[in-house]
Design a protein around this ligand. Sequence first.
Ligand code: NAP
Ligand code: MG
Length: 400
Amino acid sequence: MPITVKNPIVEMDGDEMTRIIWKMIKDKLILPHLTIDLKYFDLGMKHRDDTDDKVTFEATEAIKQYGVGVKCATITPNAARVKEYNLKKQWPSPNATIRSGLDGTVFRKPIIVRNIPPAVRSWTKPIMIGRHAYGDIYKNSELVVDGPGKAEIVFTPAGGGTPRTVPIHDFKGPGVVMGMHNTESSIRSFAKACIQYALAEKTDIWFGAKDTISKQYHGRFRDIFAEEIATAKADLERAGIQYRYMLIDDAVAQIMKASGGMLWACMNYDGDVMSDMVASGFGSLGLMTSVLVSPDGKYEFEAAHGTVMRHYYEHLKGNPTSTNSVASIFAWTGAIARRGTLDGTPEVVEFCRRLESVVLKTIEGGVMTKDLAAIAEPRPGSHALTEEFIDAVAKGLAAS
Ligand code: NAP
Ligand code: MG
């Protein structure tokens, strides 16, 4: 008897190898066990191009409406992709569109499997990364300067008043220049989301920036974060949560010696880079989950990795692939469990925990994809192909 999920979940399909995995997960692990109303949006590259990217904005609105979404990895087109897919233009990153639409913060948490030892010996507990998902270089304006001239920052007050001008550089020859921004309300939402997440997960909070160099820009981040921490002081103390502010380079050095178990709050670019570093340190990008949380509690779940293009091209050539589906499976269980929590349906949450535990037991039992087989202890004699792993989980789930 399938379990009924009361309210809808927004499903966003994607590209390449992850799109293939996505369908297998849905058909073999989700739909046989749940009666579920999925509001489907196809964010595959071709459909985004066909709709002039409107589908991404519609999906974002749907997440706002229903409160829970699950997303497959998607191509962020570059010049090569424009050619490959014959695109009308270089559409923006769907993740960036959804993040700014929800004003959300992205949290990444590695899945810890007993027989996959971390690359950094001291990392015995997960290191969770909170990435501020608005602004900085992801919303920049930039240009290539082709010869001598002056670059300046000009701020013109909306209500009149004298514009403020700050020189950037007096170019003697060609160069490059970039302007970027952030907003106080977004930084505040970021700090608030980090505090909420740390309270829910009962973990310490680390925040790193480069305020010695960027006294105003990074300095504002440091100060706003400190203000929000001060506001939440009583709650944090009650939960035994410590807050540490560090220079970003100090934080990077400290993290390599820490045992984990903290939320590392990162500015946008740091979070982008450090989450990939932490993910590979814990084993594989295929073991890193990601959730976007808006200040008003809308959640969007996904795997942290991309579309695994290299594997897709092997697949197209008819070669067997061994692509890890674990983070994509946990995106589904994360979203469905969140739905179950909001709906007050514990049997739905229990199904998700059961599926997650079957995934871990499958790997701990020696059935795993190539990326994990290379780093597991003990090393399994062989690795599972993409579909073989999902089939093993489906079998374990049916028997559980
Ligand atoms: P990627 O898809 O994350 O894959 C990079 C490499 O990491 C793969 O070639 C593979 O290494 C390994 N890997 C990643 N996920 C894996 C998995 N589940 N199982 C096994 N190995 C895995 O990054 P990319 O190739 O740089 O990017 C491809 C596309 O994804 C790009 O168009 C990019 O725009 C997009 N992207 C989307 C998102 C998103 O939607 N959230 C995030 C990042 C990138 P080996 O080849 O060594 O096996
Ligand atoms: Mg990244």
